[in-house]
Design a protein around this ligand. Structure first.
Ligand code: C2E
Ligand code: MG
Ligand code: MG
Length: 740
């Protein structure tokens, strides 16, 4: 009987009852079952026995293998096999057990369920095999009635599904932990938003998503409470930083707004709205779904949100820190530090026509001092607004108190556009203030590779623009930097050479045109370097002025000159005076007047023997300070000459206030004086001097014809190579003796 049962496959149809409870409607999806048996009949019988079976809503689909080897291959090819009905004895006695080992050990597939079947009880595997390899069931083929088979398959598949969903949950949780850790690393709100959306896409298989929050504090210039899009997937990058309404679909907007105001999630058939909150920071995520979320997916998503919400708070705190470090508090523009960062990126950007510029407001401190800081701040805000008119995605920064930075395409950031911004006056409080500015520009093609360097380059251009009398803008060029380096080197050398006593004071005689006698000399600096080279004062005096070194040098010059006056006196040339050139920075020194008076006292010389030569430009900065100082010096008896007269830009009304003794006609007006029609300016100055009751001395006389013209015009005195070149002190004394 036993034998007949073994050979008679009818047993598979015994006992067909009770199966309805496990039959449901299928939905097209299937469970893949691999039948492994070297007996083809077992395949058909098994399939027949399980026909129409639906387990947990899905039909079965069969794959067939007739040997252990085939089975291994098929399992590798189909990673969605859930159950293997496996014959133990096939090409070898342990062929089935080798398949088990292959599944569990080689492929590490712990989830696939295995039911072992054998024809003979004697071939039953060891109990340890069943435990170690997680065999679901072990049946002799005699036990495989339809009812038992169905129950076994049902139990195995259900167990597969539980293992599978536990596995999925584990994978989901691992992802969440990894995502939360990764999101904590993100410091920018946009990166964070897109990071969250990317993770959610994996958890929910959404095909489009947006991340929304209030833009205030995140997006520049948003001060209202409306929702903005901070991140997106599957839409367009153009939505970023835009108001929610840009999304264009009112249903979605309404769902997002309602979730935000009601502070809760909203799950629909083809969408989910997720509410995120931490530390008072709130956001809403909208997902477009292909299908309704399962309970497990919802649970995972909610665990995910709880985990990553702390990251949302973090990015906000980070943003606040960043704002404090990189934003200007008044205008909310990037500050100097951030401008350097922007310039770093500027050099890496692909657009070739970019320009970076600095805009320096002229005389801002006067407005600040005169009208108050409050108004000054308002003006800066008005300028900030005006700058934005440049458009073209320009980036702006406030780099210094009254200095703004801008980076943008050349057709927006150019002198014409920048200057035109200042054509209209600015409204600050009740005032309409006209403001002018100076501009330093640097095109990407001439810019360095690092932000700090580029800022320095634009600064060089700006400084030149500020000094320029012609244009209020300058583009940076490489030569400028070379010149700056050269200048710094020269200043360093001048400083050491001055300390090493390498400066000399030479004297150029001045003569009376009436008596032809020497009446004085102009003291002129000479710099003889260690190599014995002379460097012209026309070169080094501006450097000494620029570096402030002129104050010390000027002091030395005054004392040298006084010493020389004393020597002249002792040698009986007490009618000969000395003129000394004085520069603007010397006047800014607090005790300038006293230091000069003190020098005349120290050297015991008559103040009237000392003359100070000033130029008109001295009046440009702070005319009243200069006038007051000169009035005091004049009161002490010191004489004042106006040098290079006619070449500067001073106003006649100021000139009138100067306590002058002499006018010096610049060499430029003397050079062609003997040519017909070329003497007008010189003649006018001589005439003006007479009208103002001043002596007039002409400089740069090189020819007799020039002298003749000056005599004819009634000019009082002369100085020039025609009479004598500047010479060292001892030569000057000799010159005086020879010309007595
Ligand atoms: P400056 O005060 O106008 O001095 C006159 C300049 O004209 C001197 O040049 C002098 O050598 C030159 N000169 C005089 N006669 C003739 C002539 O017939 N033909 C030509 N071609 N040149 C003539 P220098 O010595 O090179 O000085 C240049 C400038 O440097 C001076 O112009 C003055 O502005 C400045 N400087 C010189 N010494 C001092 C100083 O001690 N202090 C300050 N602050 N500036 C000084
Ligand atoms: Mg002079
Ligand atoms: Mg001169």
């Amino acid at each position: 009987m036993q034998a007949s049962e073994n050979t008679n496959d009818d047993f598979l149809f015994i006992d067909d009852s009770d199966e309805d409870e496990i039959l449901h409607d299928g939905n097209g999806e299937t469970w893949k079952v691999l039948i492994v048996d070297d007996d083809p009949e077992i395949h058909s019988v098994t399939q027949l026995a399980l026909s129409d079976l639906i387990v947990l809503g899905k039909h079965l689909e069969y794959i067939h293998a007739y040997s252990g080897r085939d089975a291994c291959q098929l399992i590798e090819d189909h990673d969605d096999i859930v159950l293997v009905l496996l014959d133990v004895v096939m090409e070898t006695d342990d062929a089935g057990l080798n398949v088990v080992k292959h599944i569990r050990e080689t492929l590490s597939r712990q989830d696939i369920r295995i039911v072992l079947r054998t024809g003979q009880p004697g071939y039953a595997p060891e109990e340890s095999v069943i435990k170690d390899y997680d065999i679901n069931d072990y049946k002799t083929k005699t036990e495989l009635t339809r009812r038992k088979l169905v129950t076994t398959v049902y139990a195995a598949i259900r167990s597969y599904q539980q293992i599978h969903s536990v596995n999925q949950n584990r994978i989901g949780l691992e992802k969440i932990l990894a995502a939360a850790a990764e999101l904590l690393e993100l410091h920018s709100i946009h990166e964070y938003a897109e990071g969250v959306l990317t993770q959610l896409k994996q958890l929910s298989e959404s095909h489009g998503s947006v991340f929304c929050a209030r833009g205030q504090g995140i997006i520049e210039g948003t001060d209202d409470l409306s929702l903005h899009i901070l991140g997106q997937l599957g839409h367009s990058d153009e939505l970023i930083e835009q108001k929610l309404s840009c999304i264009g679909r009112t249903v979605i907007q309404d769902r997002i707004t309602s979730s935000f105001t009601q502070k809760k999630n909203d799950y629909g058939d083809d969408y989910a709205v997720l509410y995120l909150t931490s530390g008072g920071y709130r956001a809403v995520i909208y997902l477009d779904l292909a299908q309704v979320l399962t309970d497990i997916e919802i649970q995972l998503i909610e665990v995910f949100l709880t985990n990553v919400s702390i990251g949302y708070e973090n990015v906000h705190l980070f943003q606040k820190l960043r704002n404090a470090a990189y934003r200007d508090w008044l205008t909310e523009l990037p500050n100097r530090l951030e401008f350097v960062n922007l310039l770093d990126k500027f050099s890496d950007r692909e657009e070739s026509d970019l320009v970076a510029a600095l805009i320096d407001l002229n005389h801002f401190s006067d407005i600040n001092d005169g009208l108050g800081q409050d108004l000054g701040n308002k003006l800066l805000l008005a300028v900030t607004e005006r700058l934005k008119e440049l458009g073209g995605n320009c980036q702006f920064a406030r780099v210094g108190a009254d200095v703004f930075g801008v980076i943008g395409p050349a057709d927006c950031v150019n002198p014409e556009r920048l200057i035109s911004l200042f054509h209209r006056s600015f409204t600050a409080g009740e005032h309409r203030l006209p403001v002018t500015a100076s501009f330093g520009l640097c095109s990407k093609s001439s810019a360095g590779s690092q932000g700090v360097q580029i800022l320095n380059q634009i600064n060089i251009a700006l400084n030149l623009a500020k000094k320029s009398n012609h244009e209020n803008f300058v583009y940076y060029k490489q030569e400028m930097e070379d010149e700056t380096l050269w200048r710094l080197g020269m200043i360093r050398q001048l400083r050491t050479d001055f300390a090493d006593d390498r400066l000399e004071l030479w004297y150029q005689p001045q003569l009376s045109l009436v008596t032809s006698k020497v009446i004085g000399a102009e003291a002129l600096l000479r710099w003889r370097t260690a190599e014995g080279k002379f460097i012209s004062p026309a070169v080094f005096i501006p450097l000494a002025e620029y570096s402030g070194l002129i104050v010390e040098i000027g002091d030395w010059v005054i004392n040298q000159a006084c010493k020389q006056i004393k020597v002249l006196e002792q040698q009986n040339f007490d009618h000969v005076g000395i003129s000394v050139n004085v520069s603007i920075p010397q006047f800014k020194r607090e005790n300038f007047v006293d230091s000069i008076i003190q020098a005349t006292i120290n050297h015991d010389v008559k103040p009237s023997k000392l003359e100070l030569e000033i130029t008109e430009n001295i009046l440009m900065d702070e005319p009243q300070v200069v006038i007051d100082a000169l009035v005091k010096l004049k009161a002490e008896g010191i004489s004042i000459a106006l040098d290079d007269f006619g070449t500067g830009y001073s106003s006649m009304s100021y000139l009138q206030k100067l306590p002058l003794d002499r006018l010096k006609v610049d060499r430029a007006f003397i050079t062609d004086i003997a040519e017909p029609g070329q003497s007008l300016i010189a003649d006018t100055i001589i005439n003006l001097g007479k009208q103002m009751n001043l002596k007039v001395i002409a400089e740069g006389i090189e020819e007799e014809a020039q002298e003749a013209h000056l005599i004819a015009q009634g000019c009082d005195e002369v100085q020039g190579f025609f009479y004598a070149k500047p010479m060292p002190a001892d030569e000057f004394l000799q010159f005086l003796r020879d010309n007595q």
